[in-house]
Design a binder for this molecule. Structure first.
Ligand code: UDX
Length: 436
C-alpha cells in the first residue's frame, strides 16, 4: 500500500520506517526542511536503537521517501497518518493542538475523496470527533501509539496491541490491511469508537504514571518509617494482580509523554465536568522525588551545596535515549547549580541536547572525568554502564565518597564496603566502614 506519515519527529520517523519495513511505500512529510533534509540523507536527529539502520535500509530500497510538500503527499496516497506533537500549552495544563489542527487542515486540503486521515498523536478526548466533523471531505480514524523511547522500533513492529478508533467498517478494513503482517503475528486488536480510542491512550499513560507515583509514595513512607521500598515492591509485585513492572521507585518519571499527558488528561476531565484530581497528586508525588534528591544532596554536603563539586551521572530522562524533555536528572542538576554547587554532568548520549538547554552546567566526557574531585555523586539516570563503575577505583577519584542512587539500581553493599556513604530513595542509608 501507499501511505504518508505526517510529522517526522520521534513518533513519525519511527512509524514511517516501520511501515516501510512492513512492505508499504511510505512518504514522510514534515514542514521543517532541516528534518526532511536530514532524513533524506539517512540521518536521524535523535538516539533510537535500530532506527537509523531501518531508515537507511528503506531509503535505499526506495520504499521510504521524505518531502515538505503537502500537495505531493495528497497525490501520493489515500492513507495519511498524522504523527505531530501535542506539547503542553504554556501557562496551562492543557495540550496544544496547533500542530494537529494544522496538519489535518493541510492534508485535508490536498487529499483525494477516498482519503483516510488517521491520527496517531495523543490528544484530549473529543479531538478526533471534532476533526472528523470539520474535514468532512475525508474520513478520520484514530490509531493511538504506545511506543516507548529506546524500544520504538520493537514496540511498533511487535506492539502489545493495536487500537483502531473508527466510524466505519471501511476505515477498519483499510487499517487492517495496513497492519496485516502485525495482525497475522497474533497481535490483539481492539476496535473502538473515536473517543474510546483517544481515551485508551491517555488512560494507559495515566495508569503507568500512577503506578510509578504509587511506589514513590511508598518510598516516602519507607523513608519516614525506616523501610526498604525495593523489598516492598518485589513483595507486592509477586501478586499477579499488581505485577512487578513499573514499580521501580526513584527520582520519578519524566520525558515528553507521561508528565504532560497526565496534566492534559486532568485538564480535559475538568472541562468535561469530571474530576481526575488524583492525577494532580500523581504529578505532585513525582515532583517531590526531585525535591528529595536536592534535600539529600544538601544534607550530605553538611547543610548547603554552596561551592560543592557535584557529579551528576545521567542527563536523559531515562537510559537508551538522548531525550532530555522534563528530565528529572537535569532538573535536579540545574537546581543544585542555582544553589551554588559546581555541577558536572555526564551522559552517554544526551550531552549535546543538555548543553543547549542548560549551558551553565559543566559537562564531562566520561563518568570518570565527572567524578574527579567530586564532593558528592548523584546517580540519576540508570544507564547500564554506571552499574559497571568500580566503587573502589571511584573512591580514589572523588574528594569525598558520598553517593545518592536516585534510581535504586546500584549495589548498596558494594559501595558501602568500598567506604562510600550511600543513600538511595526509599531505602535505609548506609555508611561505609571508613566513615563510621
Ligand atoms: C511512555 C509510555 O511507556 C509509552 O507507552 C507511551 O507511548 C509514551 O510514554 P516513555 O516516555 O518512552 O514511554 O518512557 P517509559 O519507559 O515509559 O518511562 C517513563 C518514565 O518513567 C521514565 O522517566 C522512567 O525513568 C520512569 N520510570 C519507569 C520509573 O521511574 N519507574 C518505573 O518503574 C518505570
Amino acid at each position: 500500500m501507499r501511505l504518508t506519515v505526517i510529522g517526522t519527529g520521534y513518533l513519525g520517523a519511527t512509524h514511517a520506517a516501520c511501515m516501510a519495513e512492513l512492505g508499504h511505500e511510505v512518504l514522510g512529510v514534515d514542514v521543517d526542511p532541516d528534518k526532511v533534509a536530514a532524513l533524506r540523507a539517512g540521518r536521524v536527529p535523535f538516539h533510537e536503537p535500530g532506527l537509523p539502520e531501518l531508515i537507511a535500509q528503506h531509503t535505499a530500497s526506495g520504499r521510504l521517501r521524505f518531502t515538505g510538500d503537502y500537495e505531493e503527499a495528497g497525490a501520493f496516497a489515500d492513507v495519511h497518518f498524522v504523527c505531530v506533537g501535542t506539547p503542553q500549552l504554556k501557562g496551562s495544563e492543557g495540550a496544544d493542538l496547533t500542530y494537529v489542527d494544522a496538519a489535518f487542515a493541510a492534508i485535508a486540503e490536498h487529499a483525494g475523496p477516498d482519503a483516510l486521515l488517521v491520527g496517531k498523536s495523543t490528544v484530549p478526548v473529543g479531538t478526533a470527533g471534532r476533526l472528523a466533523d470539520t474535514h468532512t471531505g475525508a474520513e478520520v480514524a484514530w490509531n493511538p501509539e504506545f511506543l516507548r523511547e529506546g524500544f520504538a522500533v520493537e514496540d511498533t513492529l511487535r506492539p502489545d496491541r493495536l487500537v483502531f478508533g473508527v466510524r466505519s467498517k471501511r476505515a477498519e478494513t483499510i487499517l487492517r490491511a495496513v497492519y496485516a503482517p502485525v495482525l497475522a503475528a497474533g497481535t490483539p486488536l481492539v476496535t473502538a469508537d473515536l473517543p474510546t480510542a483517544e481515551l485508551v491512550k491517555t488512560a494507559a499513560n495515566a495508569f503507568l504514571a500512577t503506578k510509578i507515583s504509587f511506589i514513590n509514595a511508598m518510598a516516602e513512607m519507607c523513608e519516614v518509617a525506616g523501610g526498604d521500598v525495593g523489598v516492598l515492591a518485589e513483595a507486592i509485585g509477586h501478586d499477579d494482580r499488581i505485577g512487578r513492572k513499573f514499580l521501580r521507585a526513584g527520582i520519578g518519571f519524566g520525558g515528553g509523554c507521561l508528565p504532560k499527558d497526565i496534566r492534559a488528561f486532568a485538564h480535559r476531565a475538568d472541562e468535561l465536568g469530571v474530576s481526575l484530581a488524583f492525577l494532580r497528586e500523581v504529578d505532585a508525588i513525582n515532583m517531590r522525588r526531585r525535591d528529595k534528591v536536592v534535600e539529600l544532596a544538601r544534607e550530605l554536603c553538611g547543610g548547603s551545596v554552596l561551592g560543592a563539586r557535584i557529579a551528576v551521572l545521567g542527563a536523559a530522562f531515562k537510559p537508551d535515549s538522548d531525550d532530555i524533555r522534563d528530565s528529572p536528572a537535569l532538573n535536579v542538576a540545574a537546581r543544585l547549580r542555582l544553589d551554588g554547587a559546581d555541577v558536572t554532568v555526564h551522559d552517554p548520549e544526551a550531552m549535546d541536547n543538555a548543553r543547549k538547554v542548560f549551558p551553565l552546567l559543566g559537562y564531562a566526557l566520561s563518568a570518570e572525568e565527572a567524578l574527579q574531585r567530586a564532593d558528592l555523586v548523584l546517580h540519576l539516570t540508570e544507564w547500564p554502564q554506571y552499574r559497571e563503575i568500580d566503587p573502589v577505583r571511584a573512591r580514589s577519584t572523588v574528594s569525598r565518597p558520598r553517593i545518592v542512587d536516585g534510581r535504586g539500581v546500584l549495589d548498596a553493599d558494594r559501595w558501602t564496603a568500598a567506604g562510600w556513604q550511600f543513600r538511595a530513595l526509599g531505602r535505609p542509608g548506609s555508611v561505609g566502614e571508613e566513615l563510621r
